[in-house]
Write a protein that binds this ligand. Structure first.
Ligand code: MN
Length: 260
């Protein structure tokens, strides 16, 4: 954490997600957060916001709805939720930690550039709050089980709370689609990269108008062994530190020579 270990018992934790306030994964993350601290707040989108990335609502008003004790929803994006939470709902005392998820489906490799789950953690990092995004890989039949996230989540947060984080860092955690007893450990990994595999399906709607439908179904294979993709393929939990500074340092050096 930025100034050394974070005392989780006295920490104020904000929980959010991109699957919406009614998502079962949000309930799982609330249970994880409540096992660590008694000061847990939820501000999550009214409706599903998956793949909305880091979008921010500026052209219309937002509605904040109280959903229960320390539980609110916002009719906006995950980024809107973090901003409303930190600058309005919790303005008296901002959170010490933001947890996002647990997402229904993995956020590996280039997924992080589309993910609303990861973007909520990015927004927290911009505000100077340590943040962890959690995602649960789907099983082959498309279903999701939250047992593994609930079994390992608290320990992962406790261990990350001991680490000194540089500013602008967030951590992306992915759980493999396995029962807790079959998980092959927790592995620090780097962001991987899949082969590009987008499909565009053409069709005709019931009114006779042509449509295009983007499908982004890529397999999670990776030839590298130190990536988030490889960790999940091998049945481990992937813990990937991400940084807001997207500058490519090697190219920067080259460009300094080119443009000197
Ligand atoms: Mn989602």
């Amino acid at each position: 954490m930025p100034d050394g270990p974070l005392d989780l018992e006295s920490a104020r934790i904000l929980v959010t997600n991109d699957d919406g306030i009614h998502a079962p994964g949000l309930r799982a993350l609330e249970r994880i957060a409540r096992s660590l601290s008694s000061d847990v707040w939820v501000v999550a989108p009214d409706t599903e916001q998956s793949a909305t990335s880091h979008s921010l609502t500026l052209r219309r008003p937002l509605r904040l709805r109280k959903q229960g004790r320390r539980r609110y929803s916002v009719d906006g994006t995950p980024t809107d939720c973090v901003l409303v939470a930190c600058h309005h709902v919790l303005a008296d005392r901002p959170p010490d930690l933001v947890l996002s998820g647990v997402n229904h489906g993995g956020n590996l490799g280039e997924d992080v550039t589309y993910s609303g789950t990861v973007a909520a953690a990015m927004e927290a990092a911009i505000l100077g709050v340590p943040a962890i995004a959690f995602s649960q890989m789907r099983k082959s039949d498309g279903s999701v089980d939250w047992k593994t996230a609930e079994r390992f989540g608290p320990d992962i947060v406790r261990r990350l709370a001991q680490v000194k984080w540089p500013v602008d860092l967030l951590v992306n955690v992915n759980f493999p689609p396995l029962d807790p007893e079959n998980v092959a450990g927790i592995r620090a990994s780097r962001q991987g990269r899949r082969e590009e595999g987008t499909t565009i399906t053409e069709g005709v709607d019931p009114a006779g108008r042509p449509y295009l439908w983007i499908g982004n179904f890529m397999n999670d294979t990776s030839s590298d062994h130190d990536t988030d993709l490889a960790a999940i393929m091998e049945g481990a939990i992937a813990v990937t530190p991400l940084h807001l500074d997207l500058t490519h340092k090697t190219t920067l050096k080259r460009l300094e020579e080119v443009f000197q």
